[in-house]
Design a binder for this molecule. Structure first.
Ligand SMILES: Nc1ncnc2c1ncn2[C@@H]1O[C@H](COP(=O)(O)OP(=O)(O)O)[C@@H](O)[C@H]1O
Ligand SMILES: [Mg+2]
Length: 236
């Protein structure tokens, strides 16, 4: 069994007085693709934000590569190796494709050219459009850009929040292929995916979230054959 890269235990968080996460336990081992499934409002995005440091941590509930994150100020930006492609992509529409990619490597002082070429190999359309404003890209291309920007920082752990949102099925397949390709390059992935079939088909393991708690977890095969998952998420 590989070492845990990300270990979450007893994570709670709130927006003001409203508790949103009620004690999350979750592990992502090095080299795995782990997916997170759950209805709207379950807390998936909030969990991703806690891991990447957008949402501050109050207690020592998350460890990354053995290091407690609560003690690292602004840990998502601290160059520890966590990259987050947020829900809704949040690219900079007025900046060019290339400028958006450069921003993904902002904390690196070395040359970004080779990494940019790697991104262009994964997504040739971004090379074609590298000088164009990112706001003019299609939804699928913007997703490719958001993923490309996230991997420019050479992350150990890549968090993808609903990468297939609002994409045509052919593009969803392309994004799923890229997720597998990234894993083959040594990136560990935690992916929020609304489409439960897609989520289970690419994952080594999955977690099902319900109202701020982990309701179920297991291998993709276990979950696909679980009657509760079939009924609630697979429409069976
Ligand atoms: N910035 C915020 N302020 C207050 N409540 C929020 C905020 N973001 C999300 N919530 C609430 O937290 C809960 C979990 O939301 P979220 O993490 O976005 O879930 P999911 O990504 O699973 O749809 C929801 O009830 C949502 O309304
Ligand atoms: Mg969400």
């Amino acid at each position: 069994m590989a070492d845990p890269l990300l270990e979450i235990s007893g994570l709670v968080t709130a927006y003001g007085p409203i508790k949103v996460l009620h004690g999350i336990d979750l592990v992502v081992n090095e080299g795995e693709i782990v997916t997170l499934v759950g209805a709207n409002g379950a807390g998936k995005t909030t969990l991703m934000r806690c891991i990447s440091g957008v949402q501050p941590l109050k207690a020592d509930t998350i460890r990354f590569a053995g290091q407690p994150l609560a003690k690292v100020p602004n840990h998502g930006c601290a160059g520890l190796g966590i990259a987050h492609s947020p829900e809704g992509r949040q690219i900079f529409g007025d900046l060019s494709v290339e400028e958006n990619l450069s921003l993904g490597g902002y904390h690196r002082s070395d040359d970004l050219t080779a990494d940019m070429e790697e991104v262009y190999k994964l997504f040739p359309i971004l090379k074609e459009k590298h000088h164009l404003a990112a706001g003019g890209l299609s939804g699928g291309q913007q997703e490719m850009l958001a993923i490309g920007r996230a991997i420019m920082g050479r992350p150990k752990l890549l968090l993808l929040d609903e990468p297939s949102m609002e994409l045509a099925p052919v593009l969803v397949d392309q994004i799923l292929e890229v997720i597998a390709a990234l894993r083959d390059r040594g990136v560990t992935l935690l992916v929020v995916e609304q489409n439960a079939y897609a989520a289970l088909s690419i994952a080594d393991r999955s977690y099902v979230m319900e109202t701020g708690k982990i309701a179920l977890s297991g291998s993709a095969q276990d979950l696909i054959s679980d009657p509760r998952v079939r009924e609630a998420y697979l429409g069976a």
